[in-house]
Write a protein that binds this ligand. Structure first.
Ligand SMILES: NC(=O)c1ccc[n+]([C@@H]2O[C@H](COP(=O)([O-])OP(=O)(O)OC[C@H]3O[C@@H](n4cnc5c(N)ncnc54)[C@H](O)[C@@H]3O)[C@@H](O)[C@H]2O)c1
Length: 389
């Protein structure tokens, strides 16, 4: 399906009905720069929810579909200058692959939430489909959209840290400390059901974010890992806590922790990287600040802002002068804006500005490797490397 050459990219959404979490964040992010227009949706399996969500959003009721299959058929039948051009996939994990595959094969671009798929085999298939097709695939590893994460990557790439030796990344949450899945949380319910979440619990849900961040900021790929997985909440079928030692292809050594049972923690993602000339520290809950320390004992606080001396990618992701806070929605919006630009430019790959299927595949190799290593009593396992897209 050809894109029109200008104007907002027409978006259809699968998932994100009333009561859902991330769909509304995608919609807010897509709206922020006027680069997208939501035209259709299959927001829920519940037809009333789907209709009501569409009505709230002012959509044509004829374009609020009873299923994602109907959406793809219905939109493909519309006039080329009307039909959706891209499908946002914001459902639980087990639906990411079938929806993305069908959408790509029907000629729609895809913006999917993470993890890319439920299994590694699906990610491998999806990678092939993306590479032989004409449509773009974006993956919303949100944290890569923050300006100061781009700056962290820039500091490493420009040699300010020297040779990178140590990468510490942790993602700590506390919301699954109790059996939320038995207490009516639908978000907890599917996340702890391996049929819908995949074999990984915390490692798939938030470990993939930490892993992707570590590879992107360090500019190195993890070649092997040794893992320990835990399930603290009784009866839970997936891990809710995990840690791993990492070895990187550039010689760095790393530590990754992802846990959803750290009681009291909110969204504690942070990364520290140390080289022989300096170190850096970025925290998601204080996202506008990047701490840089050099070997001579100096510490510098770098701040987000269009008026700050930052690298090109970081600056392109700042929207306001420093001191005018930007956060999660803006980081998400940066990915949406860059994805729309790539679609309009007719690009074949989203390269490094928007995470793509290469990072999705790496994420699933990470999940698979973590499970494999844990099953082998924490033995070191290799995880295959792919080109990052
Ligand atoms: N990038 C991020 O920071 C981030 C944050 C949270 C969640 N996520 C990811 O987003 C996805 C959704 O997570 P969530 O927390 O919003 O879940 P959720 O349970 O709140 O929402 C899922 C939505 O999908 C809908 N749905 C389920 N089956 C459907 C079907 N067959 N057809 C149409 N809609 C269907 C549900 O009705 C619901 O509206 C997950 O893959 C999750 O990993 C990403």
């Amino acid at each position: 399906m050809n894109s029109t050459v200008s104007g907002p990219v027409r978006l259809a959404m699968v998932g994100g009905g009333q009561g859902a979490f991330i769909g509304a964040v995608h919609r807010a992010a897509a709206r922020l720069d006027g680069a997208w227009q939501l035209v259709a949706g299959a927001f829920s399996r519940d037809p009333d929810n789907c209709r009501q969500t569409g009505a709230e959003l002012g959509l044509d009721p004829a374009r609020c579909y009873a299923s994602w299959e109907d959406l793809l058929v219905g939109e493909a039948r519309m006039a080329p200058d009307q039909r959706a051009e891209c499908v946002a996939v914001v459902t639980p994990n087990h639906l990411h692959f079938p929806i993305a595959r069908a959408a790509l094969e029907a000629g729609f671009h895809v913006m999917s939430d993470k993890p890319a798929t439920r299994t590694l085999e699906e990610a491998e298939q999806l990678s092939e489909i993306v590479s032989r097709g004409q449509c773009l695939y974006g993956l919303t590893h949100t944290y890569l959209g923050y300006p100061m994460v781009a700056e962290a990557r820039n500091l490493v790439a420009s040699g300010k840290l020297g040779t990178v030796r140590k990468v510490y990344v942790e993602y700590l949450q506390g919301w699954l400390s109790g059996a939320a899945e038995a207490q009516g949380s639908k978000q907890a319910k599917w996340r702890t059901d391996p049929a819908r979440s995949g074999a990984g619990g915390a490692i798939g849900d938030i470990g993939t974010h930490a892993f992707t961040l570590a590879e992107w900021v360090s500019g190195q790929s993890v070649v092997s890992l040794a893992a320990q997985l835990n399930t603290f909440v009784e009866g839970r079928l997936v891990d809710d806590d995990a840690a791993a030692l990492l070895r990187f292809d550039g010689g760095a050594s790393g530590v990754l922790v992802s846990s959803q049972v750290c009681t009291g923690e909110e969204n504690g993602l942070q990364i520290r990287v140390y080289g022989d000339r300096g170190g850096l520290h970025w925290k998601q809950m204080d996202p506008e600040v990047l701490l840089y320390r050099s070997a001579d004992g100096q510490a510098r606080i770098l701040r987000a802002g269009v008026d700050q001396p930052l690298g090109q990618l970081a600056l392109s992701r700042c929207r306001t002068p420093s001191g005018h806070p930007q956060g999660y929605i803006e980081a998400f919006a940066n990915l949406y804006r860059d994805f729309a630009a790539a679609i309009r430019a007719g690009e074949q790959r989203t390269a490094q500005r928007v995470p793509g299927i290469g990072m999705g595949l790496r994420g699933m190799q990470f999940v698979d490797g973590m499970i494999d290593s844990h099953a082998g009593n924490g033995r070191w396992v290799n995880i295959q490397q792919e080109d990052k897209q």
